[in-house]
Design a protein around this ligand. Sequence first.
Ligand code: HEC
Length: 128
Amino acid sequence: MSLKIVLGATAACLIALSSASAMAAGDAGKGKKVFNKCKACHTIKVGGKHKVGPNLAGIIGKKAGTADGYKKYSKSMKASGIVWDEKTLEQFLTKPKKMVKKTKMGFAGLKKASQRADVIAYMIANGK
Ligand code: HEC
């Protein structure tokens, strides 16, 4: 093998590694604890009941304001046009009222980026 190929393979490997670690930034195990803050108002179990807030099962890839059978959405949530993914959840959970003005979600937000990443990882792992 020539040196060039070895170097190229090493670089590709490094790129693969760094993007994998960027995606795995959140820790679902820690996120479970963070989710305790949400539990007063949400479950994430498939088929779980709506509480004050909607059931969050299957939230990734879902359009905001569309959980079946939940009737308490604010107009602003329903009209937001948001599709929930890692980016939009990160933004929403930082400061819910900044992203969705007049949301009924009575939660100030998660200040720490690590808590947001962890809880999002937990939601991805458990909300299917
Ligand atoms: C005090 C109750 C309360 C707490 C605590 C709370 N939420 Fe909510 N949440 C709500 C309500 C109510 C809504 C509906 C908001 C609306 O329609 O404007 C909502 C909506 C949401 C939505 C949008 C759901 C959809 O179907 O579009 C997400 C995502 C969400 N909450 C995540 C969380 C997470 C994650 C936490 C914890 C870090 C949390 N919430 C904490 C009450 C709460």
